[in-house]
Design a protein around this ligand. Structure first.
Ligand SMILES: C[S@@+](CC[C@H](N)C(=O)[O-])C[C@H]1O[C@@H](n2cnc3c(N)ncnc32)[C@H](O)[C@@H]1O
Length: 277
C-alpha cells in the first residue's frame, strides 16, 4: 500500500483499512500533465491559473467515476449532479457514450458556474440533454425531483476543510466546513428512493474516520478508485494550509507532507443505498 497511509492516527487507520478492502493499488498521479479538454473550467474570474493538472485532477477523475457508474447502471435515464460547477465531468462522460445518453440535471449554488455549464453544454452540442437548477444541493435533496426512483446521483462536493469565519466567494467550490465533511455528510445521510445509485468523489482531507463508518453502514460499496495527487491551488492557500496541518496533527485528516510537495489521496466511490424509501 501507499507510504502516505499510516495506521497511527484514527483517520490514517480508517482510510488504510478501507482502501485495503476495496482497491489493489493507488496510482500516483502527482505528476501528470493536464489533458486538453477545450472546455472552460467555470471559474472565469478566479485569480488562480486554472490550467494545471493540480487544479483539474478532481474534475477529470470525477468524470471517470461518472463513466464507470454509467457502465454499472446502463438503463439509467437521469443523472443528478450536485455541485455541477462547469459540468465538464458529466459532459466528458456523456460525450464518450455512443448510444443513448441520459439526461443531466446540473445543480449549483453559483450562478456563474451554471452560466459556464450552459456554455460548455452548447459548445459540445449536448445542451438538449441538460437542465440547470440554481440553488443549494441540500434544498434539492429535499425536493420532489430527487424523490423519483432510478436516478444516478453524482457529486464532487466541496470537501476541503476550511476554518470557521473565512467567507470568500472564491472558496465556494471547495469549502466543506471545518473538517471538510459538511456536504459529504448531507449526501451520505440522505434518504434515497429505490434503485438509486450514488457516485461520490471525496478524499483523504475529508475526515475519513468520520466519513467511512457512515458510508459502510448506509451503503453497499460497488466500486472504489483512489489516486495520489498533490495539493492544488486551494489547498496551498496559507489560511487553508495551516488549518489542514492542524487537523492532520489531530489525526483527523490524511496527507503526505513531503518537502515542497504535499500529497493527498482522492477517492471515487460508487454506492448503493442499503435502505431506500
Ligand atoms: C469541487 S466543485 C466541483 C465542480 C464540478 N462538479 C467538478 O467536478 O469540476 C464543487 C461545486 O459545488 C458548488 N457548491 C458549493 N456549495 C454548494 C451548495 N450548497 N449547493 C450546490 N452547489 C454548491 C460550487 O459552486 C462548485 O461548483
Amino acid at each position: 500500500m501507499n507510504a502516505l497511509l499510516d495506521n497511527s492516527t484514527p483517520s490514517g487507520k480508517a482510510l488504510s483499512e478501507f482502501l485495503k478492502k476495496y482497491v489493489t493499488s493507488i496510482p500516483d498521479f502527482s505528476n501528470v500533465p493536464l489533458p486538453e479538454t477545450g472546455l472552460l473550467d467555470g471559474m472565469e474570474e478566479h485569480p488562480f491559473n486554472m490550467t494545471h493538472f493540480d487544479d483539474m485532477y478532481d474534475t477529470l477523475l470525477y468524470s471517470r467515476l461518472i463513466s464507470r457508474a454509467i457502465e454499472l447502471f446502463p438503463q439509467l435515464q437521469t443523472i443528478i449532479d450536485l455541485g455541477a460547477g462547469s459540468s465538464i465531468p458529466t459532459l466528458i462522460a456523456l460525450n464518450n457514450l455512443k448510444d443513448q445518453r441520459p439526461r443531466v440535471i446540473a445543480v449549483d449554488i453559483d450562478p456563474k458556474a451554471l452560466a459556464i455549464s450552459k456554455q460548455n453544454a452548447e459548445a459540445v452540442g449536448l445542451a438538449d440533454h441538460y437542465s440547470f437548477k440554481l440553488g443549494s444541493m441540500q434544498t434539492l435533496l429535499d425536493s420532489e425531483i430527487f424523490k423519483s426512483p432510478g436516478n444516478l446521483i453524482v457529486s464532487n462536493p466541496p470537501y476541503i476543510p476550511t476554518p470557521q469565519g473565512v467567507e470568500d466567494y472564491h472558496l465556494i467550490p471547495v469549502d466543506g466546513g471545518e473538517d471538510g465533511t459538511r456536504y459529504v455528510q448531507d449526501i451520505l445521510q440522505c434518504e434515497y428512493p429505490r434503485d438509486t445509485m450514488l457516485a461520490l468523489f471525496w478524499g483523504s482531507l475529508c475526515n475519513p474516520s468520520l466519513v467511512i463508518p457512515i458510508m459502510e453502514e448506509r451503503f453497499e460499496i460497488l466500486h472504489v478508485h483512489a489516486v495520489k495527487v498533490h495539493f492544488g491551488n486551494y489547498t496551498t492557500l496559507p489560511v487553508i494550509n495551516t488549518h489542514l496541518h492542524e487537523l492532520r496533527a489531530k489525526g483527523l485528516i490524511v496527507f503526505e507532507d513531503a518537502p515542497g510537495r504535499e500529497n493527498q489521496i482522492v477517492i471515487g466511490t460508487i454506492l448503493k443505498p442499503r435502505r431506500t424509501s
